[in-house]
Design a protein around this ligand. Structure first.
Ligand code: FNR
Length: 187
């Protein structure tokens, strides 16, 4: 059976470039199923709300992650770090402490920016957060996409640059193999 990959985009912006990368992945590699997991309606994390299953949006969000074989995070960088909305979403997926959906979940991280440095600092913080949640973050490959505005088509909302499309395809291919490695570890 093909693997089920949950994609979480760390930008809520309608014309998000990172969302455009997410939009392109299914056509780059059709050997997996992809599901966009929205973080737009999650409340701000508050332990007082985090009782039982928590609010409905949180419950559905956690269930969506639970059903995946791995999650792929595609995120911008804000002020040299992780966007607040993404940190909030990862915090919601990190509880309850012993049964959180991120525990032992394979995870990959991609990021794009119109700038020159490709979201390096943001990705470092995302990996650090995922590490704290006991996710299995793919260590071997990194993908920093710079000058993204030259590499997309605003009309189709897709990634068009041939080289970057190959990099993303290779990243996702390696991520599918990483899931197999993690599953061997779990046996
Ligand atoms: C940014 N941006 C940005 N870019 C970057 O490469 N490093 C950074 O530290 C920051 N900091 C930052 C802070 C804030 C508050 C905003 C709104 C933006 C620019 C950012 O990369 C750009 O807006 C992207 O287009 C955001 O990604 P999406 O929404 O297109 O996916």
């Amino acid at each position: 059976m093909s693997k089920r990959i949950g994609i979480i985009v760390g930008s809520l912006r309608e014309n998000s470039f990172n969302q455009m990368i997410a939009n392109t992945i299914p056509e780059l590699l059709d050997s997996a199923q992809y599901e966009l997991i929205s973080i737009a309606n999650l409340p701000l994390y508050n332990a007082d709300l985090d009782l039982g299953d928590g609010p409905d949006t949180v419950k559905h969000y956690r269930e969506a992650i639970q059903k995946t074989d791995g999650i792929l995070i595609i995120s911008p960088e804000y002020n040299s770090g992780i966007p607040g909305v993404l940190k909030n979403a990862l915090d919601w997926a990190s509880t309850p402490t012993k049964t959180a959906v991120l525990i032992h979940k394979p995870a990959g991280v991609i990021g794009a920016t119109p700038g020159a440095k490709g979201t390096i600092l943001s990705q470092q913080q995302i990996r650090q957060t995922l590490d704290a949640t006991q996710s299995y973050v793919m260590p071997a490959q990194k993908l920093y996409i710079s000058q993204i505005t030259d590499k997309i088509d605003l009309t189709t909302q897709k990634l068009t640059d041939a080289t970057t499309r190959k990099y993303v395809q290779r990243y996702v291919q390696t991520f599918l193999q990483w899931i197999d490695q993690v599953n061997l570890l779990k046996e």
